[in-house]
Every structure is written in C-alpha cells, then in structure tokens.
Design a protein around this ligand. Structure first.
Ligand SMILES: *Cc1c(COP(=O)(O)O)cnc(C)c1O
Length: 482
C-alpha cells in the first residue's frame, strides 16, 4: 500500500513515511493509492465485537508492513486503554431514529483522542525502531493540541510544540495544554486566529531546510494516520445499527473536514452510509461552498463552538482531489487561488461533492437552543459542537427546515429495504470542556470528570509569540531538547 499526494508531484510513500511526514513536500496531503474494500460478510462479522478488534480489522489493510499483526494489536490495545468507557465510542438514542455517537471518553474529552492516542503509540514504536528523533509542531483550535500533548508528553524521542490562538480557546482546553510539566511539551499562545496557526505550521513544513534540521513531523488532521484512526468508529456505530444489512446516515460537526472525510473513506471501503452531512457553525465556508460552488474565505467569527472556528478547511483538499478524479495539478492551482481569497469549484467536481456530502449550518442561537432542548427532552447534556451537529441533523430529519440538498452517493448504492436510515450524529466533545456555553444555555455547569478535577489548581506554562514565522522557528530551534 502506497500513498500519493493530492498535488501530484511529491514522491509516493509507505504508510510509515506518510505518518511521520504529515504534509507532502509539494504542499499536498497524502491519500492511499486505492481504498481497500470490505465485503458485506466481513462488515457483518464486526457487529458487536470489541472496539479494538474492529480497529485492527479496519486499519490493517492500510498500514502495509509498517507493523506486524502482533505489534499493531498491541499498539491499538495501548492506545485505547486510557478510555474510560468499555465501548470506547458508545451510542445513545436521542429520538426514534436519531442516535448520538459519544466520542469524548478519552483522556482529553474530545474525539481527537481516538486518533492522537493511536498515533502517539505508532510514532513511539516506529521511533524506537529507527532511533530517530522528531519535532512535532501542531496548530490547534483547542482540542488537537490538548490531545497531542497528552499523547506525546514525556516521550523520549519527541518534542511537541503546539500553537493555539491566544484568547480563543476555552479555559479547560488552554489548561490541558499549559499544565503538563514534562520538558518536551511547549505550548505557544499565538497572537492570531486558528487559520494563522495552521498557516505558520504549513510554512514550517514548506521550509525544507528547517523541516529537515529539526525533524519536523505533523499531527494535524492533514496527517493521514489521524484520518485512518477515525474511520473505525463509523464501522462500530453503523454495524451496531444494522449495517451492512441497513444503511445509516451520519451528521458530523465539521471544521477541518478530517472527521467527516474519515466517514467518506469508510463508505468507500464498502460501509453502507447514505448521507454524510457536514454540520458547520457560523463559520460556514463548507456549507456555502456546497451551496454556491464558490470556496471563499470570509474571516473567522469566534463562536461558542471554538473547535470549529475555521475558514480554511485543510482536509477539504482531499475531497476536492477525489472529486477531480485525481487531477493533482488542478488541485495545486485551486489551492494557489485560495491564497488570494477563493476559487470556483469546477463543474464536474461540485456535482461529485454534492453527491457525496450534504450540508447544513447552525447559528449561535440554534446551537444554544439545541443544548437546552436536548437536555429537556432526553436528559443529555451536549457540548456546543455536538449541538451544532444535532441541530443540523434534526433539520434533515424533519424537526426543523432542511438546509441543503442531499443526494445519495453513486459509489455506495444503499440496499433498498424500504426502511428509513438511522441518523447518527457525532458527539465530538464532553460538555465539561465548554462549561460556559453549556451553562449559558441550560443553567447547569457540567463538572470535570474526576481524573482532571484539579485542572484549575495546576500551574500554567505557556509562551506568547507573534504571528511571525522566523520568531516561531527561532523559538523551536532554541527549545528542542535534542
Ligand atoms: C476538531 C473538532 C471538530 C471538527 O473536526 P474536524 O475533523 O476538524 O472537522 C468538531 N468538534 C470538536 C469538539 C473538535 O475538537
């Protein structure tokens, strides 16, 4: 199994090289050359199996000979051992045909732990074998950074630098990044927004002298290994609700497009997913792009769902590449146009994207009202990101106006059983990670789980830095411990 870049000119890599590289050297993102297929009988056999077993079956075909079967099983076991729920990703019912997939039972209370805990273990195994040292630099709107720091803190061959937008993450998110005491953890409060953080990280990857000098590795959702880890819970959830015999729909609170793209990969492997619904907050570039055909940035508006306060949605490039039938030079040209504000999605590609994804948007008011309504009707307390998803999904299920077109994807014909698909909305974070928004909506302040109850008593360690490439590079060169 080899991986190719969405911009067509970077060399093909193995899974291990792809994982360690993060971003391709032509600025593109890596994708598998072909998507391994799972037959309906193989999918049916996953129903009711432990999460770790499903993870092995789903991911094994993608990793080539990077790890032996025994190594990979042990990596998966260690990755999910710190999750506090035995199902890892439990499903809860919200309504007659609407389910919530809870992805916040990992160590930092957001779905990012599913991928980050796994790649922490995979990096460790790979570096132990090679003796190499690496410097991880990541941008975060809050949850990626805390999950990355949790996964890499204290590892011998790794320094981890996380850039977060100063003043734009929740206090719990900030403290999860600034309170670890290990010397290899470096939290940077960047004077800018998330898109600035992400742009500076990309600049560092495109500065090959710096990249090679510090052994730069990326763990943002541009890293294929993260997308891969997230494919697994689409399988556990869909098979629990009757796949492959019944198709299901998913609604995904979306920012950087990594999580929903993992759903697309699950579908491409053969999992019968009907609609994949992109749910955005008021930062709705993706919803506008599908509706109007123009992918156009519009400045980030801070919201109560800050992990989705993104305009430039990195993984959308992967979807665009597939919709353009693998035309890397067109992808490269469109991404160049994006630097001056936006581009029009070519006609064939927009049709493909509309066939693959539906979309909807929730305003700040709709998000708060959804948190209150779901508490009143089900007793569940949602985080604001999950509430964006539930709000959009309920719109599609008919509880509120439908927001965008939905068409079944041609590549995964849904078996016609006459039944309506169940809708599964991804609950991407624990409500206690965003207590202010939850309290404002409901009057209830969700308490932190016991294992982090003293978070507010721990001393913080953070360096504020300007949104300036050379300053950031200088800081990283000076601080690396190897
Ligand atoms: C990262 C994040 C999202 C957005 O996920 P993407 O993969 O970036 O689309 C949504 N909700 C929460 C809580 C997150 O941390």
């Amino acid at each position: 199994m080899h991986y190719i870049s969405t911009r067509g000119t970077a060399p093909k890599l193995t899974f291990e090289q792809t994982m360690l590289a993060g971003l391709a050297r032509d600025g593109g993102l890596y994708l598998p050359e072909c998507v391994p297929q799972m037959a309906p009988a193989d999918i049916a056999a996953l129903a009711g199996r432990p999460y770790e077993e499903v993870a092995f079956a789903v991911m094994r075909p993608f990793i080539g000979d990077t790890f032996t079967d025994d190594e990979f099983r042990a990596i998966i076991a260690r990755a999910y051992a710190g999750f506090v729920h035995p199902a890892r990703a439990p499903l809860k019912q919200l309504g007659p045909n609407h389910f919530l997939l809870e992805l916040f039972h990992g160590p930092t209370l957001a779905f990012k732990d599913f991928a980050m805990q796994l790649i922490g273990q995979m990096f460790q195994a790979s570096l132990a074998r090679s003796g190499d040292r690496i410097t991880i630099v990541g941008a975060t709107s809050g949850d990626t950074g805390s999950a990355a720091i949790e996964a890499f803190r204290g590892l011998a061959n790794v320094d981890v630098f996380i850039l977060f937008p100063e003043g734009r993450v929740s206090e719990v998110q900030r403290r999860q990044m600034t309170t670890p005491t290990e010397a290899n953890v470096h939290a940077i409060a960047l004077k800018g927004d998330f898109d600035d953080c992400q742009a500076r990280v990309k600049d560092m990857f495109n500065d090959f002298a710096f990249r090679d000098a510090v052994g730069l590795a990326g763990v943002n959702s541009i890293n294929w290994a993260r997308v891969l880890a997230q494919v697994v819970y689409y399988f556990t959830a869909a098979t629990a609700l009757g796949a492959p015999h019944r198709a299901v729909d998913f609604t995904v609170p979306t920012g950087n497009f990594g999580d929903i793209f993992a759903g697309h990969i699950a579908r491409a492997m053969g999992l019968p997913i009907g609609r994949l619904v992109i749910a955005t907050n008021q930062n709705d570039i993706l919803h506008r792009a599908l509706t109007t055909g123009r992918y156009e940035t519009d400045g980030v508006k801070p919201s109560i769902s800050p992990s989705m306060d993104i305009q430039v949605s990195s993984n959308f490039e992967r979807a665009l590449y597939l919709a353009l039938d693998g035309d890397g030079s067109t992808v490269a040209k469109l991404m160049q146009d994006l630097k001056s504000g936006g581009f029009t999605i070519p006609q064939g590609a927009i049709e493909g994207l509309r066939a693959a994804y539906a979309s909807g948007r929730a305003s700040e008011e709709e998000t708060s009202a959804t948190i209150a309504r779901i508490l009143a009707t089900t007793g569940e307390l949602l985080c604001p990101h999950s509430a964006v998803g539930v709000s959009v999904a309920d719109g599609i299920l008919g509880t509120s106006p439908i927001l965008s077109t939905q068409i079944l994807p041609p590549e995964a014909p849904v078996p016609s059983t006459g039944a309506t698909n169940s809708m599964i909305t991804l609950a991407t974070a624990h409500p206690a990670k965003f207590p202010d928004a939850v309290q404002a909506a409901t009057g209830i302040r969700p308490p932190l789980p016991a294992h982090m109850a003293d978070l507010f008593d721990r001393p913080e360690r953070v360096t504020p830095l300007a949104n300036h490439l050379a300053t950031l590079q200088g800081f990283i060169r000076e601080r690396i411990t190897h």
